[in-house]
Design a protein around this ligand. Sequence first.
Ligand code: CP
Ligand code: NVA
Length: 306
Amino acid sequence: MKTRHFLSLLDLTPAELQQLLHRAAELKALHRKGEHYTPFPQKVLGMIFDKASTRTRISFDAGMVQLGGSAIFLSPRDTQLGRGEPIEDTARVLSSMVDIVMIRTFEHGNVKRFAEYSKVPVINGLTDYNHPCQLLADLQTFIEHCGDIRKRIVAWIGDGNNMCNSYLEAACQFDFQLRIAVPPGYEPDADLLKRAADHVVLLRDPMAAARNADVVTTDVWASMGREAEEARRVRDFTPYQVTAAMMAQARPDAIFLHCLPAHRGEEVSAEVIDGPQSRVWDQAENRLHSQKALMEFLLLDAKSSG
Ligand code: CP
Ligand code: NVA
């Protein structure tokens, strides 16, 4: 039986993704009712973090505990990974002791290598290339507030970064139209752009991208690892701030999303992120519910169907 991993939205079929989001809504309702659902007593999640995190760390740890298991936080500062132990060796050892692994790191290739040598499912908790777990929460939030996302319009404003790449994957899997407004030189991954060609329009003008959109979304201008480029990026991205004037271009019932952490006054004005169209707090909370559904899928469903 082949171990399934979640390194990208493309690792699941569209039907599996739809089912997963449906399950995320059910798990959210159960959690809200205070009902306990603990299918994974004794199961252990290993979490490797090479980069900082608030939401990803807490949602995976709390999520696994709520499902009856436990989580171990591993950082390169206090594991042998940080002292040069090969990824392949770490994957073999860790996956002989825990039941599922989540990794947040820089190079996407390292997560792929880890998965190749892991006996248990591996989840990508963000790389420089993509951030698929965040998209599960974004889509859950859209569906909650706006219904079916098929054929709807999502405007991505700002940097063609890891989040933007995952929006390209999502546009293919969920069949929505993606308008990407980025300054020259900040385009997302070229292969993903090609793959999503039927679903994507690349623009320079953020106002045009936002016109009649159902969702306007953005992210930080300098992602983790890009801090040294901050001054140049602030200069290049200033016309791409999501403002009330930009939101006014979108549909009147459009929502604003941001994966967080946010910088008010940079990629988004305080008026927008703290305003009535913003759904960022639901979006952050949905990390918990959608990742519980993901872990359930990888530990139960994927195993039985694999
Ligand atoms: N959105 C997100 O992944 O947040 P953290 O970096 O806090 O995990
Ligand atoms: N693009 C951001 C997302 C943070 C959740 C980063 O990589 O830092």
